[in-house]
Design a binder for this molecule. Structure first.
Ligand SMILES: *[C@@H]1O[C@H](CO)[C@@H](O)[C@H](O)[C@H]1NC(C)=O
Ligand SMILES: *[C@@H]1O[C@H](CO)[C@@H](O)[C@H](O)[C@H]1NC(C)=O
Ligand SMILES: *[C@@H]1O[C@H](CO)[C@@H](O)[C@H](O)[C@H]1NC(C)=O
Ligand SMILES: *[C@@H]1O[C@H](CO)[C@@H](O)[C@H](O)[C@H]1NC(C)=O
Ligand SMILES: *[C@@H]1O[C@H](CO)[C@@H](O)[C@H](O)[C@H]1NC(C)=O
Ligand SMILES: *[C@@H]1O[C@H](CO)[C@@H](O)[C@H](O)[C@H]1NC(C)=O
Length: 268
């Protein structure tokens, strides 16, 4: 037997070993722990199937697509899943598409997702996610689609998202976001796409182009009338006091002048 043949046999027998990936296993094991599946729809998501989730490009595991023995798409949408997003999703390092939309997931979007450097699609829409949108997502340079619409996300839209030059779809509508819309997302400059108002609507405290300008933002009509009346009254009181003081001063001056004059006048 020549050395080349031995090496080949050794290499071929090694491939199944390569296919069982410890990172993907950690990813799935922890994700399964963080998810609740009340309707028992993740039938085969069992510990023993996580060791080798990929059979080349296919997987027996529901919602998983593989490529070269690694998980590359994870799609568990509309399964009534509860629970949270595991930060160990970041262990699925070859992931290109993550779709957990239309479930009942709570808690934050883990900033650890920044390690998913191949991520192109992130769809977490229609859940109950809370907290701020992690600015670290801007490090996933291949992101094409960010869909976070219909959640309970708060805080600003990270300015850093302007760095995501490949972004072709962006939707954060119907959340609780606040602050200005980053100009890099709303305006076209060079090859940057522009996202229209539909991407941003339904966030009470989000403002700026392309959203329509807001009437009396933050202040009710009553408050404005109150402030108007109040300041009107205050200036009235102020000017009245001013006039009074002026009158007093001139009165005193006049009295003084009068005194001087009477002083000069001879007494009769
Ligand atoms: C999973 O990711 C964590 C940090 O995100 C890292 O510490 C750990 O080594 C990873 N595990 C595997 C098996 O890759
Ligand atoms: C892997 O794929 C082969 C052929 O496509 C199939 O016979 C085998 O049952 C699969 N194994 C697993 C664990 O899915
Ligand atoms: C979600 O699943 C339910 C049943 O489980 C189905 O009736 C509904 O059409 C699905 N919605 C979408 C958007 O796929
Ligand atoms: C995200 O998933 C929802 C269904 O759960 C779908 O309606 C929506 O179109 C997806 N977003 C994008 C940008 O593809
Ligand atoms: C974006 O461009 C529009 C005109 O197309 C302009 O009116 C608006 O002020 C610009 N907004 C920002 C934030 O640059
Ligand atoms: C806003 O953009 C979306 C997707 O880019 C498009 O489907 C929709 O028609 C646009 N709406 C308006 C009012 O331009």
């Amino acid at each position: 037997m020549d050395v080349e043949r031995v090496l080949l046999v050794w290499f071929v027998t090694l491939i199944p070993g390569i296919l069982s990936d410890p990172s993907d296993e950690a990813c799935l094991t922890n994700l399964r722990k963080s998810l609740e599946d009340p309707n028992n729809l993740l039938h085969n998501w069992k510990k023993e199937n996580f060791v080798k989730p990929c059979n080349d490009s296919t997987s027996d595991l529901q919602g998983i697509t593989c490529n070269n023995g690694r998980i590359y798409r994870l799609s568990l949408n509309n399964l009534s899943l509860r629970g949270t997003l595991s930060p160990f999703l970041s262990n699925c390092t070859n992931l290109q598409a993550l779709d957990l939309s239309s479930n009942f997931l709570t808690g934050p979007i883990p900033p650890e997702l920044q390690s998913l450097v191949n991520l192109a699609v992130l769809n977490l829409s229609s859940n109950r996610l809370q907290g701020e949108i992690p600015l670290q997502l801007a490090l996933c340079a291949y992101l094409n689609i960010i869909d976070l619409h219909r959640n309970f996300l708060t805080g600003p839209i990270p300015q850093q998202f302007g760095l995501l030059v490949r972004l072709s779809a962006f939707d954060v509508s119907d959340n609780r976001l606040s602050g200005p819309i980053p100009a890099s997302l709303s305006n076209r400059s060079g090859n940057f796409p522009r996202f229209n108002a539909s991407s941003f609507l339904g966030n009470k405290d989000l403002y700026g182009y392309p959203l329509p300008p807001l009437r009396n933002r933050g202040l009710s009509v009553l408050a404005i009338v109150g402030i108007g009346l109040g300041s009107g009254l205050a200036s009235l009181v102020l000017s009245f006091t001013g006039v009074c003081i002026w009158l007093k001063i001139t009165e005193r001056k006049m009295a003084l002048e009068e005194g001087k004059i009477s002083h000069l006048m001879p007494d009769y």
